[in-house]
Design a protein around this ligand. Structure first.
Ligand code: FEO
Ligand code: CA
Ligand code: CA
Length: 722
């Protein structure tokens, strides 16, 4: 077994093992002294890490607030962050910022190296874990915490002085230093943040600070661990290196962070044609968009660098080879939910295969109740993909409320995975993804399922065979702490009616749960938010659903004519709350729902963050929606629309700078500090955001646009939004 030297180097920056051990022991001692919680309500009151850290997934007896106190922010195309009057926004942690004192400040001219010691690129999903004064997990701590965040992807041009050097321009091999930088700018950041009375800053001296990258060693856990389909020259299928394209996230009630591998399938060079692999393997690769004889869309020729840490990105199956001699199986080590213990910098991330393999957007826990199984909700963000849930075999024991990755083994390595079917009558079914059933085989499909590992590796294929409902690109979920109902964004679908992926153009068939198709030629341009209520709790196999909210431009429809409120602006959005392409979604523990956008269709405004006071499944009316079809005719489907939006129940809170998407949202437990990520702002010649001064609301200075975490507070020190 070989190990990459980068891994070894960066670990040398971590704290001595003895200090870690001491901290872990202290944490467990604290646990032992906890009162025994017998209900979710008691857990929510814990002074230590629990699931109520801020996006409280416990149902609560509290009522949702009746109103929000801020005035809606106007739409904006300015190159800065707009927040409501009486609020301030400041850049906390931007791409390239040092996480320790070993590397200099970021020059932001492409010259900076050492990204394993700097903030990665393209900040995305994020979570705040409170830390006590003595450095222990504390979910009441609002002035000291660990901020965990994903670095989804790269702005390739800005990362290098003059953009990336192609292999063809460098003797057939990408420069190793460039590739190391790109791989290290992926992954996850864990940084300690402290509010010393003058607002939060990153504590660069903290022993908790850590970068997880495309080099970091990880364990494969759950039913796929050790499967022959994961065998590589590096491992027998029990460990791997790196996590890629980490989009959204989640947290557990035992105090760990979940990071989710989304567009991981684009990174490979697959040089073999379909004659080398068998038909089952070919079908598995095709279901995940890894075509024969091609490089993926996110391929950066990493495989052209000498050394097996790079060669592994060439997954070509050699005619005379096998999994031990070539990297044909490397891609099967990706596509999972990955669990990280932010409180233990020496711990190895754990890939939790029981939660399925697909373009994981994120992983959000549902209501946590003693004696009941846990549930996690997930979306597969590609067109015509599915919504999933995982139900643990183990019943929740509040004594597990901290404890790190071993507790993850208990709740996340065995359970039942389901895909959602949304029925036209407003009911829904959770369809079990497993083996030993009729879905082991299917007419016209060669993928062979003879174990649970096979079923999980080919999650998408099993969901196809089960008849799950293809959705308009599932993104984030959020579980309502007041009602226990789950909301999920369906960002848009301007894509073809068949096949998988996020791009393309063409028609999209409408159905009850994806009822709009109104882009020229078909498609749901502005997206919507679906929600559901389990019939009988977490383990339920049936649910009721409706559509909470439809994105729309409030004053023009697709043709530029007066808005079509019957078929497009169904939620009756207005100038103060219209939005398009919902993506990030987050319930704070007070019951306010936060909606973030990643839009390419709504050119009246940059991307935004809205705050909402939602109702409940069934609070609206049955609704007939008519869509144009490709042949010039029309089609009408029945759906269930939630109550209309109003200025009281939906309001714009923030608008970001040019070219960005707004994503990654988390609060301190006192709701006085809000952290939001600005991803991939553009770099206009007139000045890139953020200003080098670190002030988020200034227009840009010279330099290159940088993804960044923005910290938002109220000038009078009060709670955000109320
Ligand atoms: Fe990374 Fe689905 O957004
Ligand atoms: Ca997203
Ligand atoms: Ca997105």
């Amino acid at each position: 077994m070989s190990h990459d030297p980068v891994e070894t180097n960066y670990r040398s920056n971590a704290r001595p093992f003895a200090a870690i051990l001491e901290q872990r022991l202290s944490r467990r001692n604290i646990l032992a002294s906890l009162p025994t919680a017998s209900s979710a309500g008691v857990l929510a009151g814990f002074g230590l890490v629990g699931c109520s850290n801020s996006s409280d997934s416990n149902t609560s007896t509290a009522a949702r607030p009746a109103a929000m106190s801020f005035t809606s922010v106007a739409k904006s195309t300015a190159n800065n962050v707009q927040v409501p009057t009486g609020y301030s926004a400041r850049v906390l942690y931007a791409k390239g910022d040092p996480i320790n004192n070993n590397v200099p400040e970021y020059a932001n001219d492409g010259s900076d190296m050492d990204f394993e010691q700097r903030a990665g690129d393209e900040h995305d999903g994020m979570y705040y874990f409170g830390l006590s004064d003595s450095g222990l997990p504390d979910n009441t701590a609002s002035t000291r915490g660990l901020l965990c965040m994903n670095h989804e992807n790269l702005e390739d041009t800005e990362l290098h002085p003059n953009g990336p050097t192609a292999a063809a321009d460098n003797g057939g091999s990408r420069p190793e230093a460039e590739v190391r930088k790109e791989m290290n700018a992926h992954g996850v950041s864990i940084v300690e943040v402290v509010d010393d009375g003058n607002g939060f800053r990153v504590n660069r001296s903290s022993g908790f600070n850590r970068r997880i990258t495309a080099f970091t060693e990880m364990d494969i856990r759950g039913p796929v661990r050790g499967d022959t389909a994961l065998v590589t020259p590096f491992s027998n299928g029990t460990e791997t290196r790196g996590t890629l394209n980490n989009c959204a996230n989640g947290f557990t009630p035992w105090g760990t962070y979940l990071t989710c591998e989304e567009n991981w399938f684009g990174y490979w060079n697959r040089g073999d044609d379909e004659t080398v692999r068998n038909s089952s393997d070919n079908e598995l690769l095709a279901a995940y968009g890894i075509g024969a004889g091609s490089r993926g869309f996110a391929n950066r020729e990493w495989d052209t660098v000498n050394g097996e840490a790079f060669a592994r990105f060439d997954v070509t199956a050699a005619a005379d080879g096998n999994g031990n001699t070539d990297w044909r199986n490397e891609q099967n080590n990706f596509g999972y939910v990955v669990e990280i213990d932010p409180f233990d910098p020496q711990s190895r991330p754990q890939k939790r295969t029981a939660l399925g393999r697909f373009a994981h957007e994120g992983c959000w826990i549902g209501p946590v109740t003693a004696g009941e199984p846990l549930v996690f909700y997930m979306g597969d963000d590609s067109r015509n993909e599915y919504i999933y849930k995982f139900v643990s075999d183990a019943k929740w024991n509040p004594e597990d409320a901290t404890g790190g990755l071993e507790i993850g083994d208990k709740y996340m390595d065995s359970g039942k995975l389901y895909a959602a079917r949304f029925n036209a009558d407003g009911s829904g079914d959770w369809l079990h993804i497993t083996f030993g059933t009729a879905t082991d085989t299917a007419t016209g499909s060669d993928y062979v399922i003879s174990s649970l590992a096979d079923a999980l590796l080919g999650t998408r294929i099993v969901a196809d065979r089960l008849g799950a409902t293809p959705m308009d690109r599932p993104e984030w979920a959020a579980v309502d702490p007041i009602t226990g109902e789950t909301y999920m964004t369906l960002t848009n679908s301007s894509s073809g009616s068949s096949g998988r992926g996020q791009g393309g153009s063409g028609s999209e068939e409408a159905d009850a749960a994806n009822p709009r198709s109104y882009v020229d030629g078909g498609g749901n341009r502005n997206g919507h938010i679906i929600r559901w209520r389990e019939t009988t709790g977490n383990a339920s196999t049936t649910f009721m659903w409706d559509i909470y909210l439809f994105g729309a431009d409030s004053d023009i429809d697709d043709d530029g004519a007066a808005t079509d409120t019957d078929n497009i602006n169904i939620s009756r959005l207005t100038d103060s709350n219209d939005f398009s392409s919902p993506d990030g979604l987050y319930f704070d523990s007070r019951g306010i729902l936060w909606i973030q956008t990643d839009d390419g269709a709504f050119n009246e405004t940059n991307d935004q963050l809205l705050a909402a006071l939602p109702g409940t499944v069934g609070d609206g009316v049955p609704k007939a929606v008519t869509s144009a079809t490709n042949d010039g005719g029309s089609t009408t489907v029945m759906t269930f629309a939630g109550q209309d939006a109003s200025d009281n129940n939906l309001r714009r809170f923030l608008v970001g700078p040019q070219g960005c998407e707004i994503t990654g949202i988390t609060f301190t437990p006192d709701h006085k500090t809000l952290f939001v990520n600005v991803q991939h702002p553009s770099s206009p010649a007139s000045g890139a955001w953020p200003a080098l001064s670190g002030v988020a609301t200034d227009d840009g200075d010279a330099g290159r646009g940088r993804s960044a975490t923005v910290v938002i507070t109220r000038d009078d020190g009060g709670e955000i939004a109320l």
